[in-house]
Structures are given as C-alpha cells and as structure tokens.
Design a protein around this ligand. Sequence first.
Ligand SMILES: [Zn+2]
Length: 166
Amino acid sequence: MKRNYISQAVQYLVGEQETNDPYRLARQLGIQVDEHPFRGRIRGMVLNIAGQVTVILNANLPGWLKRVVLAHELGHLVLSPKGYGYFWLAEHTLMESKTEYEAHRFAAELLSWDETPEEDETLEQFAARVGVPVEMMRYRGPYENDLAYQVDAKGNCPKTNRSCRC
Ligand SMILES: [Zn+2]
C-alpha cells in the first residue's frame, strides 16, 4: 500500500526531530503548551499571537488524552500547507471536515509510530496499548475506512469560530 501524505508527514517529522512524543515535538518546534480548565467539551485550542503558537489543553482531561489532543493540534499545524498563518483560515472555510480527518489521522499515526498490532491483538487492545482512542485509531493507515469522514457528524469539532474544539 502506498503511504499517503499524512503518513509521510509523520515519517518526516519523526525522522527529523527524532521523537514521536508530542510534548517533545512541541518543544523542539517552538510551540508552547499550556493548560486551562475549560468547561464543557472543549478539549484544546491553538492560539497564534504575534507568531508565537501556543496549544492550550483542557486541564481537566486525563494525561493520556491531553497527549492525544496535543498530537491532533500538532497535526493541524504541521499539515497546514501554508504555515501557521494559513491555519486559521483553513479552520473555518470549506476544508473543515477534511482538516479534522487529517489531524486525527496524523495523531493516530504519530502516537502509534513504530508500533504494530500483535498477531492476536484486536484493534481495541492495540489502541489501548499505545494510548489512542479506538475511534481515532481507525484513521490510521491499515485501518482506514469510510468512517473516517464522519468526524463532524459526531459533533466532536464544531467549527464555528477559530478555536479548535476537537
Ligand atoms: Zn482539530
């Protein structure tokens, strides 16, 4: 199977930065990571203030989920074709569900980097082992299926403003 552009982006990033840990990646890319006790379903958001990109994670989330959300936000930042400035435009124009799919898939591939399911391991078990929600793991290369485009239908990421609420 041909590796798609998201797999390639993950491969390039991990190769260049020598880590698949989202916190280390953020640090090495000059992205600040902060936390705020958001209420409601907001899991995280990205701010770009005068060129300083900050990812703010919901402080109420468990640690493993913060890691997933950070990986997702890194996906938005890395995959944005015209750099961080363009990111905001992309978040509230026509590409919304595509950008969400891309960021989910990026996160799944990044967090399960170098890991493959054991022979008798179910997708659920594999996802739990690498710390990725099973729904997100379905976005990963070999498991990719038609569900991939149903992100918005679940209402996970209402894109009504410039904040990412995935
Ligand atoms: Zn998102």
